[in-house]
Design a binder for this molecule. Structure first.
Ligand code: NAP
Length: 246
């Protein structure tokens, strides 16, 4: 059976592992960063934790006789994608990126883009007093100087240390989030601004739709540039590539 390493941590990676297992022709290993204590169950083999950089990842690809790598990590997981590109080039392992489609801006919506989390934080004073902040737990310190703003921060799991924000409340929830849930959050917490990453996929779309409906400003952080190489947005296309390649 062909051995496929899926770099995961996303719903797409989980779905791909399931679809490949169903074919009976692929032996999959999903790699997780190991940050989430309560990771969901996955079909196939699972490994957890960093490889130690591109060199050790290339060694892993050779030792485990990996036939192909699918980089299905989150579009903002910049470092692992760069390391995978370098490691695959060094080991001569074919690689494809499975990346969800970006959210497309409606022409007349109340949104603006920021090039980074720091740039997003810079836009907030004067614009808002109650922010729904959905950028994950890394990078929250970019918002730490904004003492006059209250933040509703959505995280997947409980934090053991306080957040680096002056005034906030945490909502612990795991995606996917429905449109009704997003509408209720904005209303119940009197949210007057949404700050999110332009991650794409249904999780981004529901909150953006709810914010557009409520006519509150949206600040969206742009995706980092991905490493060069083959990319697909649909799982079917990724499976077709794997079948062709292997
Ligand atoms: N960034 C986000 O907004 C976001 C959102 C949802 C889910 N995620 C998921 O969370 C994980 C971590 O994201 P991140 O942005 O913190 O990553 P990152 O900054 O790109 O990666 C930092 C380091 O963590 C290790 N790592 C990351 N993902 C890994 C994986 N799937 N398997 C093995 N090692 C991994 C690598 O260590 P070594 O160099 O030692 O190999 C990497 O250099 C990813 O799996 C990503 O798909 C991220």
């Amino acid at each position: 059976m062909a051995r496929v390493l899926i770099l995961g941590g996303t719903a797409e990676a989980r779905e791909l592992a399931g679809r490949l297992a169903e074919t009976g022709s692929f032996d999959t290993i999903t790699s997780l960063a190991g940050r989430t204590r309560s990771a969901l169950e996955l079909p196939g083999t699972v490994r957890s934790g960093g490889f130690g950089g591109p060199g050790p990842m290339a060694d892993y690809l050779r030792e485990e006789r990996i036939d192909a790598v699918v980089d299905a990590t989150h579009p903002f997981a910049e470092m692992i994608s760069a390391h995978a590109a370098e490691a695959c080039a060094a080991a001569g392992t074919p690689r494809i990126a499975l990346v969800r489609a970006q959210w497309l801006f409606p022409k007349d919506g109340n949104w603006q883009e920021a090039t980074s989390l720091v740039a997003a934080a810079d836009l907030l004073p004067g614009l808002t007093s109650r922010v729904f902040l959905t950028v994950g737990r890394q990078g929250l310190d970019c918002f730490s100087g904004l003492d006059d703003i209250w933040f509703l921060v959505r995280l997947i799991e409980v934090m053991e240390t306080p957040l680096p924000l002056a005034d906030y409340q945490v909502l612990f929830r795991r995606p996917p989030y429905s449109l009704d849930e997003e509408r209720a959050i904005m209303k119940d917490h009197a949210i007057d601004c949404l700050v999110a990453k332009n991650s794409g996929g249904p999780a981004t779309e529901a909150k953006i739709t709810a914010a557009l409906e409520a006519d509150i400003p949206i600040v969206l952080v742009q995706r980092p540039d991905p490493p060069p190489g083959e990319r697909v947005e649909r799982i079917d296309d990724c499976m077709a590539w794997l079948k062709g390649e292997l």
